[in-house]
Design a protein around this ligand. Structure first.
Ligand SMILES: [Zn+2]
Length: 382
């Protein structure tokens, strides 16, 4: 099979030969009348934080393996080829059931090849209003290595990221154990002081989760936990670039402060993402999905999750931060792959690697991406 188009990252028209699901050759070809209607080729997007999509909620009380599979399949249509299903704060049993459902979905070859690990966000986070975000206060608790190990057993070792607040009692000891066992520790939903962030880093934390969100509405201008994490070169940081969680100027400033080398895009999508705008029930609350893809508590300005596809985050990064399409793609491909230690396998298009790619059209004026296909291991997934 031959794939033809402009390769993102190379900024060159190429022909790529795929043999038995593997990139065999990549040949540069002369641009002949290439225009804005032309096809672009890029690695599939990698979303390390997605709670649900297209109506499928990984954190519902009755989540089933089929929900996980349908979520992954819906993500394929949007250009996201790889993801970390994200399980958020809840009772031990509810979180166990969600982890169990994802682990069962991993047994399916096609679904399993797209799930690159489970992200557990909480429950060892700040109980304070603001940093806690939309996580249930009732279920926030102290770090518990035994509980985590039970989940990791259910997950057959597939929990790859844990987001916690380093100021919680016992968090630093937990970080040491987690990192020794190969789990990426991310700082998030936190009100940590400078020294607590430094202690977390020294114990192995390597990431900040959706920096700038899961925070107090008002904080001391400086110092505070946002500056302290922005300044920490040891930490990659993920950002929700949906145009609602962070204003455009903040996205631009934070990208520059953190540096594109350490910046990761996540969708943090909830199950309403990909649905029609309207009023829904979510966790017993009245929620509105607006036409501009924000999820709010009905009749208020309070955000109750994100409703973007990760590809919208790529578009917005170009628009808000003034970076190139190539740079924006890196934030959602090779960068998250690197944090998980998977950049030798996914996140870029290279000869002898699995033929994982997307094709799309790019409207530069409108900063819009129209995904045409998502291909994993040479198989078209949409
Ligand atoms: Zn969160």
């Amino acid at each position: 099979m031959l794939v033809s188009g402009r390769l993102v990252g190379l900024d060159q028209h190429v022909e790529i030969e795929v043999i038995e699901g593997v990139f065999s050759t990549i040949t540069k070809v002369k641009d002949n009348g290439f225009d804005s209607q032309g096809v672009f080729i890029a690695p599939p997007l990698i979303d390390v934080q997605v709670n649900g999509f297209a109506g499928y909620d990984l954190n519902s009380d009755d989540v089933k393996v089929e929900d996980v599979c349908q979520m992954v399949k819906s993500l394929w249509k949007t250009g996201t080829g790889f993801c970390c299903p994200t399980i958020v704060t809840g009772s031990h049993q509810r979180m166990s059931r969600s982890i169990q459902a994802v682990t069962a979905a991993l047994k399916d070859d096609a679904i399993g090849s797209s799930i690159i690990g489970i992200h557990v966000e909480g429950p060892y986070i700040s109980p304070q209003d603001g940093p806690r975000g939309a996580h249930s206060k009732e279920h926030v608790r102290r770090p518990d290595w035994d509980e985590f190990q039970r989940w990791q057993d259910i997950a057959e070792g597939q929990i790859k990221i844990l987001t916690l607040a380093p100021e919680t009692e016992g968090a630093i000891a937990l970080i040491e154990k987690l990192t020794a066992s190969g789990v990426v520790v991310a700082i998030g939903h936190t009100s940590a002081k400078y020294q607590q962030i430094q202690d977390a880093i020294r114990s192995g934390a390597t990431m900040s989760t959706h920096l700038g969100n899961g925070a107090h509405a008002q904080i001391c201008r400086h110092p505070n936990y946002i500056w302290d994490q922005l300044a920490a070169d040891e930490l990659h940081a993920s950002f929700i670039v949906d145009g609602h969680h962070l204003p455009p100027s903040v996205v631009k400033s934070m990208f520059r402060a953190k540096g594109l080398e350490r910046t990761i895009l996540v969708s943090d999508a909830v199950h309403l993402a990909g649905l029609q705008p309207g009023r829904y029930q979510f966790g017993g609350r009245d929620i509105e999905l607006t036409a501009d893809q924000s999820v709010r508590l009905y009749g208020t300005d309070y955000l109750a999750g994100s409703a973007i596809e990760l590809v919208r985050g790529v578009e917005n990064s170009v628009k808000f931060a003034g970076i190139s399409l190539d740079q924006a793609f890196q934030l959602a491909t090779v960068r998250p792959a690197g944090v998980l230690g998977l950049d030798n396998r996914i996140g870029s298009i290279q000869v002898d690697r699995n033929a994982d790619y997307i094709t799309f059209q790019w409207d530069e004026l409108e900063s819009k991406i129209n995904v045409l296909s998502t291909v994993i291991g040479g198989q078209n997934r949409n």
